[in-house]
Design a protein around this ligand. Structure first.
Ligand code: M6R
Length: 612
């Protein structure tokens, strides 16, 4: 969601601010703005729409300044207009605030501030913070950090806030609660941002901020305190990826680049996970053998694509480790009476590590006594920090809003967890573990093989660009793959798309089928259960009612009734999602391109959903 950048140092601030905002575009936004640290009165420009609109408005009279804050806004309170775009100012135009999140008690605050004579310009919740900070700064003798500490005590909700004041423009103050903010430590310059991508060109040194910590940056240093003003020691870490990882590298879109990075991402997530005695090495799970053996239930919590990875986890973990697994959409979890105890392990899956629904669900599970394991792609983000243990996926930065390589690595991570639990509980011996791990090690080359032969699929996809609706069918682990295929298509092509378990077809969805309907059937699963034949019956059922069917099938598998068959390499049934998902990603990608949609930043979507 909103992207936040702050800069103070020797450079002309506009450069790192605009570059930083550009790097954060992937988060999703509908307006953009900056405030530059000009003395007496801040220079502010903001525009609805894409960053280009803001840049066009920044004309030649732009003042040369060495500090400032910048923002891309994903509208919550008030539409995406120039007026509602951030920064928001106090009535003197000296103090500016940018914000990610929601101030839940803003109506009450606003009423109080209006009562004290403040005039509001926008419909946002954020503007109340600018007015509040202005009053508090005055009562703290011009100390913006002290004002921020006091202001935050009276705010409810989730937020990252940055503020700058014209009387000390080299100082930028930030705070975070349930929303991301990182500090970049440069030489004679410092940065604040929603994530490290914003300042990766300038520094590889970052500092993570805890809940309710206030950070003050100046060119020559930073200070962090809690809300009572007690100093907090900065926790510095090194950023391990370089700027090129966050660039398109010759691809037309980040999404395409990320699809093609999947062989490496899967290989990196598997790297070093098999020990010399054929045991799965997952020391970071921090579970004793006794804890693993006494596990009675696993609950997987996640949203969107990560939820589909959770569904695959259920099939794999129940099959291999014989532990019951429940999978729940995180946003539903804390609003019912779930049965949790100390023998429950909660696995929270999140690419960003900042998804508010998942975070709130894991906090709830923690209070109920569960142990929490995060599966996450983003180092030092909130979800891993609040979990008892974390298994990082190694997808590298995922910039496109539509998740691809993060999904495959999440699936690999849950496979590793399943094998680890199976071996520790004594359900599988080391030879069985080794055999599955060897098959997993073959997946990167098999994904590569799919990607090398993707052109005919792209061409085929273009021929369907005018369809209105696509139904996806799958059984067993093919069912979450079908759901993922449908989600990708909705996000990217803005088309009606639904995924169904093949067996459910005749319980309702088949009524949607008419002459010319497009159906994609994910076939290559469940030889053991005879599900291939059942899927082929589904293909015949929809074909008989006029549907055109594309079948995704393993090499060599018998296929009947398909108008088109997309072949993928064979693999053990439970591992097939890693392969079968790839053509569906390409299908959704190509459909978006063919329909002229914004591939990397689809409308209305945000990469990191930091509000509930
Ligand atoms: O960062 P997270 O993995 O927690 O994000 C969860 C979902 O918001 C995310 O997977 C979303 O569904 C993607 N846009 C799917 O492509």
């Amino acid at each position: 969601m909103c992207g936040i950048v702050g800069y103070t140092g020797p450079q002309s601030a506009i450069t790192p601010l605009i570059e930083g905002l550009r790097r954060l575009e992937y988060r999703g936004y509908d307006s953009a703005g900056i405030a530059l640290g000009t003395p007496n009165k801040l220079f502010v420009e903001k525009r609805a729409g894409k960053l280009g609109n803001l840049e066009a408005a920044l004309n030649a009279t732009l003042p040369l300044t060495h500090s400032g804050i910048g923002h891309t806004r994903w509208a919550t309170h008030g539409g995406p207009t120039d007026r509602n775009a951030h920064p928001h100012l106090d009535n003197e135009g000296k103090l500016a605030v940018i914000h990610n999140g929601i101030i839940e008690n803003y109506t009450q605050l606003k009423a109080e501030l209006i009562g004290r004579g403040h005039k509001f310009e926008s419909e946002t919740d954020t503007e109340s913070v600018a007015h509040l900070l202005s009053d508090l700064r005055r009562s703290h003798g011009g100390d913006l950090s002290a004002a921020m500490r006091e202001a935050v005590k009276s705010l409810r909700g989730s937020f990252t806030l940055l503020a700058i004041h014209a009387d000390a423009p080299e100082v930028i103050v930030g705070v975070r609660r349930n929303s991301p903010l990182v500090v970049g430590l440069g030489k004679g310059e410092n940065f604040l941002a929603s994530d490290v991508a914003a300042f990766i060109d300038y520094t590889k040194r970052a500092v993570e901020l805890g809940q309710d910590e206030v950070v003050t940056i100046r060119p020559d240093g930073i200070e962090i305190t809690d809300l009572d003003g007690n100093a907090v020691k900065p926790k510095e870490y090194a950023i391990t990826w370089d700027a090129s990882a966050a660039q398109k590298g010759g691809y037309q879109h980040f999404m395409l680049k990320e699809i093609f990075e999947q062989p490496k991402a899967v290989a990196d997530t598997l790297l070093g996970r098999l020990g010399k005695n054929n045991e799965i090495l997952l020391d970071e799970l921090h579970l004793t053998k006794e804890e693993v053996r006494s596990l009675k239930k696993i609950i997987v919590l996640a949203c969107g694509t990560a939820y589909h990875a959770g569904m695959i986890a259920k099939y794999a973990i129940e099959n291999w480790a014989k532990v019951a697994v429940e999978v729940e959409v995180a946003s539903e979890f804390r609003y019912r009476d779930s049965v949790i105890d100390k023998d429950t392990l909660v696995i929270a899956i999140s690419q960003s590590g900042e998804t508010m629904d998942t975070l709130m669900a894991l906090r709830h599970a923690k209070v109920e006594g569960a142990k929490i394991l995060a599966v996450c792609n983003t180092n030092s983000s909130t979800i891993p920090r609040e979990s008892d243990a974390v298994l990082y996926t190694h997808a590298g930065p995922e910039i496109a809003v539509a998740s691809t390589k993060a999904f495959l690595t999440q699936v690999v991570a849950v496979y590793l967890i399943g094998l680890y639990l199976a071996q520790t509980r004594g359900v599988m011996d080391s030879d069985e573990v080794r055999e599955i791990f060897d098959s997993m090690n073959e997946l990167p080359a098999k994904i590569e093989q799919i990607l090398e032969t993707v052109e005919p699929l792209r061409e085929l996809t273009r021929s369907f660009a005018k369809e209105n609706s696509v139904l996806f069918l799958g059984r067993n682990v093919g069912f979450p793959v079908a759901l993922e295929g449908a989600l990708k298509l909705k996000e990217l092509a803005y088309m009606h798309a639904e995924g169904f378990a093949g067996g459910e077809l005749k319980h309702g969805p088949i009524a949607l089928i008419e002459e010319g309907s497009l159906v994609i059937a994910v076939l290559p699963f469940g030889h053991e259960y005879g599900l291939d034949e059942k899927m082929l019956s589904n293909v015949q059922e929809v074909k008989a009612r006029g549907a055109k069917v594309i079948v995704i099938a393993e090499e060599g598998a018998e296929v009947t009734g398909a108008a088109h068959t997309i072949r993928i390499p064979s693999a053990p049934a439970l591992l097939q999602p890693i392969l079968a998902t790839v053509p569906l990603q390409v299908f959704a990608y190509e459909m978006a391109v063919a329909r002229g949609n914004d591939v990397d930043q689809p409308r209305n979507l945000a990469k990191s959903v930091t509000v509930e």
